[in-house]
Design a protein around this ligand. Structure first.
Ligand code: SF4
Length: 361
């Protein structure tokens, strides 16, 4: 996982291994205060390029292109950095610039992601045994074994023991529900949480309840799913170019996760974002929308979530290279049965997403 952060912001445990990528040591900082694990100063832009750029946003595109050319000629350092990322798993690239969007760490991150993206596109087709698939499988195992949120662990297991009368023959899943879909998808859908007698029973996202009937019906209509129904985890449903995750993976009481539980779980969403590198995100409901934006703020990818307002059909252009963010009302029964969210409304959002994906090809 590759994060970005201004070196002046306080170090956090979630930063993992902290690599400073400035050519110059940022002013006014001591090494002990900055808690830098490694200073990779030669990876910064050359002095001439750095001075020419001067963090002027009008020169950003040209700067990025020139800096990438320099990075291509610097394969030893790129390999070294990739090795660190591989070994340390969570690495934060630290930069000194005030500007959160236009600095060499942002350009470097895009460079690394682009390289990973192009090698990943070459191997988009099955068999599903590539490194990305293995990392998804590892993440899935970690999620399924997770017990970080005591309240949710107790609730999901209690629901699985007591069951609903209609499902008394079922062995409930009763564990965290892993994400589901195409590991090479360009569209990432973020839901809220598993339903107590839906995904918490079947073990697959949006499976076995009315929300799932609505969602998969619409995904099928738009060509993202091979069938419209989702009864159980072995019903043959497969997604194409779409991947479904959630703000939390354990069923919460009253469908209301606590902020600390969302925070606990968003590390998994972060890992999925890094593995998937989607081009479009669809947030189902205000909590998913907020969860994603807060994650970006924590990662230093945006300065604040304030400029982005949730509404059905909202489309947010976040700073590059972040994916386009769409929002929809959550397909909960409460919304779909009251007409707050209709099939036509949801289909309209999916059509716009398809157009955005086509343009980004
Ligand atoms: S909600 Fe997420 S972090 Fe909390 S126990 Fe479930 S899987 Fe773990």
């Amino acid at each position: 996982m590759l994060k970005l952060k201004r070196i002046y912001d306080p170090p956090a445990q979630l930063d993992g291994y902290r690599v400073l990528v400035d050519r110059l040591w940022p002013r006014g900082l001591s090494k002990s205060k900055a808690r830098v694990d490694f200073w990779m100063k030669e990876i910064g832009p050359t002095d001439a390029l750095r001075k020419w750029f001067g963090h002027d946003p009008r020169r950003w595109t040209a700067f990025r292109a020139r800096y990438w050319r320099e990075l291509r000629g610097n394969s030893r350092l790129i390999l070294q950095l990739k090795q660190i990322i591989k070994e340390r798993r969570t690495v934060t690239l630290l930069f000194g610039a005030r500007d959160e969007e236009h600095n060499q760490a942002v350009a470097l991150q895009a460079f690394l992601q682009r390289r990973r993206g192009s090698s990943h596109r070459k191997s988009r087709d099955p068999p599903m045994t590539g490194p990305i698939d293995r990392r998804f499988a590892q993440l899935r195992d970690t999620i399924v074994a997770c017990r970080k949120c005591p309240r949710l662990v107790e609730y999901r297991e209690e629901v699985a023991r007591t069951k609903r009368r209609a499902y008394r023959e079922w062995t409930y899943w009763g564990r965290p529900v892993p994400s589901f879909g195409d590991p090479h998808a360009k569209l990432l859908i973020i839901g809220l949480a598993p339903a107590a007698h839906g995904a918490n029973r079947t073990g697959r996202m949006f499976t076995g309840d009315r929300s799932g009937d609505f969602l998969y019906g619409q995904l099928h209509r738009a060509g993202f799913a091979n069938q419209a129904s989702s009864r159980d985890a072995n019903d043959g449903l497969a997604l194409h170019d779409a991947y479904i995750s959630a703000a939390v993976r354990c069923a919460p009481p009253d469908n209301k996760p606590l902020p600390a539980e969302i925070l606990n779980c968003s590390g998994y969403l972060e890992e999925e974002l890094d593995l998937l590198q989607p081009r479009v995100i669809l947030a189902l409901g205000a909590i998913a929308f907020d969860t994603y934006l807060r994650l970006l703020v924590r990662r230093g990818a945006i300065a604040s979530r304030a400029p982005y307002t949730f509404s059905h059909g909202a489309e947010c252009k976040l700073p590059r290279p972040l994916p386009l963010l769409f929002a929809s009302y959550h397909p909960s029964q409460q919304n779909t049965q009251t007409g707050r969210l209709t099939p036509a409304m949801f289909h309209g959002v999916l059509r716009r997403i398809q157009r955005a994906l086509a343009v980004s090809e």
